[in-house]
Design a protein around this ligand. Sequence first.
Ligand code: PLP
Length: 443
Amino acid sequence: MATMAGSEARRTLPTNSQWLFTKAQRLMPGGVNSPVRAFRAVGGEPLFIARGHGSRIVDVDGREYLDYVLSWGPLILGHCHPEVVGAVERALRDGSSFGACTPGEVTLAERIQEAFPSIERVRLVSSGTEATLAALRVARAATGRDKILKFDGCYHGHSDSLLVKAGSGVATLGLPDSPGVPRALAELTVSIPYNDIAALEEAFRRYRGELAAAIVEPVAGNMGCVPPQPGFLERLRTLTAEQETVLIFDEVITGFRVAYGGAQQLYGVQPDLTTLGKILGGGLPVGAYGGKARLMDYVAPAGPVYQAGTLSGNPLAVAAGIKTLEVLRRPGFYAGLEATSQRLVAGLLAAAQQAGVPLTVNRVGSMFTAFFSSRPVTDYVSACASHTARFATFFRGMLHGGIYLPPSQFETAFVSSAHSQEDVAVTIEAANRAFAQCREPSG
Ligand SMILES: Cc1ncc(COP(=O)(O)O)c(C=O)c1O
């Protein structure tokens, strides 16, 4: 497994990752192209990754890690799944982009519609951020209203309207929202606690007839994994329907992850619009938004709402997506993923208990977060009550043991179909050692 031991002499020299990070900091803000990659929440320097295969990645120093980040969710089949690689190679030989209609787009749109019956029409874009900002624009156009409702700790990409009480890297960095977001726009965004039905009812009373959209992660992933409490999504559906507010399920993480048909299939609640990304592109950049035809027909050129993209429906990304979905539909796929994830989480809980470390693990299918907290984590406030310093110690212990976890307490870890029983056993062994380092000193 991990080749962690280096000679004493080598230890004093910078690693290749450290050398690259020093250089990167002179070239890119914070040395990275997305904030949480910088490891600021856990200390130390980020790894630079050279390659990945199956459940493992290898850094530029030749160290191997079991990967539970999986590119933040897209790689449900693990790295370099041979069928996905084959599909992308074939597509590339025919041309990487045309900025014109291609057959693959139609196939992928059809697959999306089969998986999500609530999606009657869909538009492909290139990222989750693009999908959510366009979905909001459609909701505002269709209702003629400006205000939107979101939930504390839910992240929906970095568009201006949605960078208000967002989780994810924003939670990690402790930014309440971002400078540069016009106050006038932020004031149109109402954010209330996740899973709080009383707050939900109060918001709909207070802003009666004013809310264009309510956008929610139906399983939150950006304050760590937080499932919806029974009745929460249902009440949200009823209230939005009553006031003709567009209900948007942001399934960028949960789509094809918690079930083939996403959280809406798992919980049996149908939104008006859905946003997708991550798994849909099989590791290449894709997003999508779709839903009721009467709403989607506002989108140009069918309607007046402008939204476009040079690389939208890119043939390589579409080929990766189609092939990924084909593999996901094979019998037993989700049952296998569930069994691996269940075993892993049970092992982590047992290891923490043995070490006397209070731990609460939230899991929905193959997404999970181990919160360093003895209390249930049901919303942003309870997520923030976690012992983040202890998480950082655990993270570094796991990394040392060859296990790559998300470098923040407020992110979800993922399991792929490439993770084997042996991988789970190796992870739990590493966790036994890492939890031991997290114990309170016995005085
Ligand atoms: C739920 C959710 N929505 C939207 C986004 C934004 O997607 P992207 O990073 O592809 O812009 C993310 C990103 O992690 C996400 O988790």
